[in-house]
Design a protein around this ligand. Structure first.
Ligand SMILES: Cc1ncc(COP(=O)(O)O)c(C=O)c1O
Length: 424
C-alpha cells in the first residue's frame, strides 16, 4: 500500500516503527561508502597482467620508441586501438595521458586562453559564456565549466538524452558555447541517447561559430547486462551535416583497466586535431607512450576488450542486482522511482520532492556515505531536491546488501517525515 493512502494514524505508527528500525541501524556502528563510481578490487584484479606485460626490450612498435620523447598524438598502435573502438580513423585520434577528464578540462582551458578553431576570440575575453549541462549529469563536467566562471544552463534529460527542443532553442544564443554529453550509459541515469537525439545533435546550427559538443563516451563498452550496443558514430554524422568541427569525443581505459593509470583519447575532425596539437606544443613534448603501449598490449583490440568488459559485467551486475532487489521492497510504498541500468556505473533514484537531502543525511547518520544529494545538477543544486546517485561498484557485495537495506529505511523515514509535515 502507498504511504499516500495511509490514514494519519497508520502514518504515525509506521513512523514510529521506521524510527525504531533506524535506531537499530545506528547502533550497529557501520562504515559503508557508496559515493563514487570506482571499480572494486575484484575488477582491478582483471588487469593484473598489465603490471608484467611490457619489458624494456619490447618498447619499440611501428618504428616508434615508446621510451623516448616524440609522437605527441600517441603510439600508432594506440591511435589504431581507439580508432577501432570509436569507429573513426587513427588520424582522428590523439591519445593522451591517464585521464579523459583532464583532456576535457584542457580543451575548455584552450578555448578560454586561445579559442577553438573557429573562435573569433578566446572565450576568456568574452563578457559572458554559457554552457549547456544536461541534468542530472556528471558533476565533474559541470565543475569544469563552473571553474571558468561560465553560466551553467540546466537542460532536462529525457529517456532519449537531452531534451533537444530546449537545446535547439538555447544554441540560438551566441553566448552559448557548448554542451556536455555522455551519449551512452549517461552518468548517472544510464541513458543511451536515441538515434534521433544523436542526429539532431550532429545537425545543430549554433549561433556561436565555435560552439563545441563535448562528447564524453566514457561508457562506450560498459554494458553490465546484455550484448554490446553500438551507438551512431557522431563525427561522421557531423561531417555529413556540414558540422565536421562541432564535436570533440573523449574516452579512456579508466574503467576497462586501472582508473587513473590508463590512457585517454580525444577524437575529432582532422582540422580540430591539428589545431589542438598545435596548442599543445606549448604544453607537453609527448604523453606516456610506455603506458599506451602497455594498455594496447593488454587490451589488444575491440573484440578482446569486449571480452574483458563481460568479465567486468559479471562482477558488477550482482552488485547492481542486490541493490535493485532491495529497492523492490519499497516499491509498493510509492515514495521513489529509480532507473534500471543496463550499463555504466550508477543507479539514479528519484524520491518525493524535497526528500533527497534528508535521505542522504539520514544515511550518513547511520554510517552510510552516499553522493551528496544535488551533486548531479549544475551548481550542485537539484531544484526539486529529489535525486540521489547510487554507486554500487566499489563496496564488497555483503556491504551492498546492508547498505541497500539501510538506504531503504532512510528513504522511508525521510518520506514519512515529509508526508506528516505536509499533513500538519
Ligand atoms: C562520464 C564520465 N566521464 C569521465 C570520467 C573520468 O574519466 P577519466 O578517468 O578518464 O578521467 C568519469 C568517471 O567517473 C565519468 O563518469
Amino acid at each position: 500500500m502507498r504511504y499516500s493512502d495511509f490514514t494519519a494514524g497508520q502514518l504515525q505508527s509506521e513512523l514510529e516503527k521506521v524510527r525504531e528500525e533506524y535506531r537499530m541501524w545506528q547502533s550497529r556502528g557501520l562504515s559503508l561508502n557508496m559515493a563514487r563510481g570506482k571499480p572494486g578490487l575484484e575488477q582491478l584484479e582483471l588487469s593484473k597482467e598489465l603490471f608484467s606485460i611490457l619489458r624494456f626490450e619490447d618498447c619499440v612498435a611501428d618504428q616508434v620508441d615508446a621510451r623516448n620523447y616524440g609522437e605527441l598524438a600517441g603510439m600508432p598502435c594506440a591511435r589504431q586501438y581507439w580508432a577501432e573502438m570509436l569507429d573513426v580513423s587513427p588520424e582522428q585520434c590523439l591519445v593522451g595521458g591517464n585521464s579523459s577528464l583532464n583532456m576535457m578540462y584542457d580543451l575548455v582551458a584552450k578555448a578560454w586562453t586561445n579559442g577553438l578553431l573557429h573562435s573569433p576570440e578566446p572565450w576568456g575575453k568574452l563578457d559572458h559564456v554559457r554552457f549547456l549541462c544536461p541534468a542530472p549529469g556528471y558533476d565533474r563536467h559541470f565543475r569544469i565549466s563552473q571553474s571558468f566562471g561560465m553560466e551553467l544552463i540546466s537542460i532536462p534529460m529525457t529517456a532519449e538524452g537531452p531534451d533537444m527542443e530546449i537545446v535547439e532553442g538555447w544554441v540560438k544564443d551566441p553566448h552559448v558555447k557548448g554542451i556536455w554529453c555522455v551519449p551512452k550509459f549517461s552518468n548517472p541515469d544510464g541513458i543511451i541517447y536515441s538515434e534521433e537525439t544523436i542526429s539532431r545533435i550532429a545537425a545543430l546550427r549554433p549561433a556561436a561559430p565555435d560552439f563545441v559538443v563535448i562528447w564524453d563516451n566514457a561508457y562506450c563498452v560498459h554494458e553490465i547486462l546484455g550484448d554490446y550496443r553500438p551507438i551512431p558514430e557522431i563525427l561522421s554524422l557531423c561531417a555529413a551535416n556540414g558540422n565536421a568541427d562541432l564535436v570533440y569525443e573523449f574516452a579512456s581505459t579508466s574503467k576497462m583497466t586501472i582508473p587513473g593509470a590508463g590512457m585517454a583519447v580525444v577524437a575529432s575532425s582532422l582540422n580540430n586535431i591539428q589545431y589542438i596539437s598545435g596548442c599543445m606544443q606549448a604544453q607537453v613534448i609527448s604523453y606516456d607512450k610506455v603506458n599506451q603501449l602497455r594498455q594496447v598490449k593488454f587490451l589488444k583490440d575491440k573484440k578482446h576488450t569486449l571480452t574483458l568488459m563481460r568479465q567486468h559485467a559479471a562482477i558488477l551486475w550482482p552488485r547492481f542486482h542486490v541493490f535493485l532487489s532491495a529497492l523492490e521492497e519499497i516499491r509498493p510504498l510509492g515514495i521513489a522511482r529509480w532507473t534500471d541500468p543496463q550499463g555504466g556505473y550508477f543507479i539514479s533514484l528519484y524520491t518525493k520532492p524535497s526528500c533527497a537531502k534528508r535521505t542522504v543525511e539520514l544515511c550518513s547518520g547511520a554510517g552510510l556515505v552516499m553522493t551528496g544529494a544535488g551533486a548531479a545538477y549544475p551548481y550542485g543544486v537539484d531544484p526539486q531536491d529529489h535525486h540521489i546517485r547510487i554507486a554500487p561498484s566499489y563496496p564488497p557485495l555483503q556491504d551492498i546488501t546492508l547498505a541497500a537495506q539501510l538506504f531503504c529505511t532512510c528513504l522511508k523515514l525521510a518520506a514519512l517525515e515529509k508526508i506528516l509535515q505536509e499533513k500538519n
